[in-house]
Design a protein around this ligand. Structure first.
Ligand SMILES: Cc1cc2nc3c(=O)[nH]c(=O)nc-3n(C[C@H](O)[C@H](O)[C@H](O)COP(=O)(O)OP(=O)(O)OC[C@H]3O[C@@H](n4cnc5c(N)ncnc54)[C@H](O)[C@@H]3O)c2cc1C
Length: 534
């Protein structure tokens, strides 16, 4: 049997920060990633990480801003815990060697440059130019790869957790080694889920391909409670292009005067529509802009709208947006001369595996950190730049709890090997690709930004049908990387639809035409894990 003292599944900011802290305390850790080591949404994060570092700012301010964004559903203790951990988290990243942008003329490490983002009452966003996630991920991955206590397994996808259901204790996980097509059982004293969000459940997503909610689905199958899955955050403007599904068009464009336009029947740019929805027009908050675009697309049956900055001089556009200009040009769109086709896209999963302040789940020895978890920090809507902070703070919290408890934990013995005796090689991979597209399309059309009970019920019927089909396929054929993700995506779709149907109000990111009002009492949506009978 393969063994790991701690098995960390996922190598984004959450998984690597937890693994590094454990390794530095002398524990032996195996980190697995289903793609390369440097992966996940972390690599693509642009804006930065929020932390109270300015003398004019305070913990109370950051707590208040987070609670306001969360629309009554944040857990105040989780918010306070996260905010208090901010300065320490940034100091730790600096120690690892992350080169954040500094104030001009300051000595290295003396004063970091802080930006201000929507919803923050003060400047408190630490960043590395406009590629903060890349700086964090590449630095942590380099330090982890060099650490003697960390073993890294790339292109290795966790299929399921191995759990002692009677003792409600995790024993390890089944891992699918993608290059050689084998599934192995790995035993561990503890397992940390750090698999990121489930945003690929929608046709359009700003996230990389692997954001298929694997950790959420695995934890649910293992019997963990899953909370607040109806709160999916959509970014208003992602490039609409066949060959570039997840390229964000920054809000800064709207900040610098770009306007949103409808598409005329001949395909040209038409009426500017945001002033009809909000006096702040294109500068209204993200949710309002995303909802307006969604409304117009549904009303007119459009596949996208346009973001138009052609009225600005080319020199201005090139100076302010060199990378967006270059990327669009590589796809044949000159943003100085043509409007940019954009759609909203699923960006962040506020819900996930229910955890406490030590990142513990309902299963003994199983932890969840980062976007996979629902700590109570985000409530019904995420405040910008709070998610990388959550990865750091809860990565540390899980490591601290493990360091204190690992000496009393036993290594499991004799795990049941993966059974392939009743499956064959698939000769119908088209089923997987077809179901993948079907799922993501109806989730986009029926469970997107603006919801109705009727559309949610339609989606529920389709989820049930696809679940049966995928389950049958999974039972008959050898697993593949795509099948593992599809099985998890349909589970996450089910959890999102059920949570959305259960909420009889509109709050934060959940907006339904059938219940437009917000109830006085804010309650989380908590679904029991499969087979728990809870
Ligand atoms: C374009 C973009 C911009 C963003 N900008 C910001 C920002 O400015 N500030 C901010 O705070 N947040 C931002 N976010 C959100 C933030 O980046 C994420 O919430 C955060 O990086 C999540 O980190 P994580 O470690 O939880 O997961 P991820 O970084 O997503 O990593 C997940 C890891 O799990 C692995 N994995 C998944 N499933 C399996 C499996 N079955 N088996 C093995 N491995 C698996 C993946 O390979 C990957 O290594 C942004 C997100 C995007 C997409």
């Amino acid at each position: 049997m393969n063994k790991a003292e701690v098995l960390v599944i996922g190598s984004g900011a959450a998984g690597l920060s937890c693994a590094l802290r454990l390794a530095k305390a002398g524990h032996r850790v195996v980190v697995v990633s289903k793609t390369s080591l440097q992966s996940g949404s972390t690599l693509w994060a642009q804006g930065g990480i929020s932390a109270v570092l300015d003398a004019e700012d305070s913990t109370e301010n950051h707590v208040r801003d987070t609670l306001v964004a969360g629309a009554g559903l944040c857990k105040e203790d989780a918010v306070r815990f996260t905010v208090e951990g901010g300065p320490g988290g940034i100091a730790w990243l600096l120690e690892q060697g992350v080169a954040f942008t500094e104030e001009d003329g300051e000595e290295r490490g003396k004063r970091l440059h802080l930006t201000r983002e929507g919803g923050h009452s003060h400047r408190r966003v630490v960043h590395a130019a406009d590629a903060t996630g890349r700086a964090v991920e590449t630095t942590l991955a380099t330090v982890a790869a060099a650490h003697p206590n960390i073993r890294i397994r790339e292109f290795c996808s966790a299929v399921d957790l191995i759990v002692d259901r009677t003792a409600r204790r995790v024993l390890g996980a089944y891992l699918y080694d993608i290059p050689n097509g084998r599934v192995i059982a790995v035993g561990a004293k503890a397992v940390v889920l750090a698999t990121g969000g489930a945003n690929q459940v929608y046709l359009y997503s700003s996230n990389p391909h692997g954001a298929s909610g694997d950790g959420i689905a695995m934890a649910w199958r293992a019997g963990c409670r899953i909370a607040n899955m109806e709160f999916m955050q959509f970014h208003p403007t992602t490039l609409f292009h066949r060959d570039a599904r997840n390229f964000l068009i920054s809000e800064a464009l709207r900040g610098e005067g770009a306007v949103l336009r409808l598409v005329n029947p001949d395909g040209s740019a038409g009426e500017r529509f945001m002033p009809r929805f909000d006096p702040r027009a294109e500068l209204a908050p993200r949710d309002i802009v995303a909802r307006a675009i969604d409304h117009e697309m549904k009303r007119l049956g459009l596949r996208h709208v346009f973001l138009d900055i052609t009225h600005k001089p080319a020199s201005f556009i090139l100076h302010h947006f060199p990378s967006i200009h270059a990327h669009c040009l590589s796809l044949g769109i000159d943003i100085c001369k043509q409007p940019i086709p954009v759609v909203p896209s699923a960006h962040f999963t506020c819900g996930g595996v229910l955890t406490d302040l030590a990142a513990r789940t309902d299963i003994d020895g199983l932890y969840a950190v980062g976007e996979v978890a629902c700590t109570g920090l985000h409530g019904a809507n995420r405040l910008a730049s709070n998610s990388l902070l959550e990865c750091l703070v809860f990565g540390k919290a899980a490591a601290d709890d493990l360091i204190a408890t690992l000496p009393q934990r036993e290594m499991p013995q004799n795990l049941r090997p993966w059974d392939e005796s009743r499956v064959t090689d698939s000769d119908e991979d088209v089923v997987v690709s077809h179901n993948w597209l079907e799922l993501r399309t109806f989730m986009w059309d029926y469970v997107g930004i603006v919801r109705t009970t009727k559309r949610l019920q339609r989606a529920q019927h389709r989820v049930e049908m696809l679940t049966r089909e995928i389950q049958e396929y999974y039972g008959n054929y050898r697993v593949s990387a795509d099948l593992i993700e599809l099985r998890n995506l349909v589970t996450c779709a089910d959890l999102i639809v059920r949570s959305a149907l259960a909420r009889k109000e509109s709050r934060g990111l959940h907006y339904t035409l059938d219940y437009p009002q917000t109830l006085d009492a804010a309650k989380p949506t908590i679904l029991p894990g499969r087979g728990t009978g809870a």
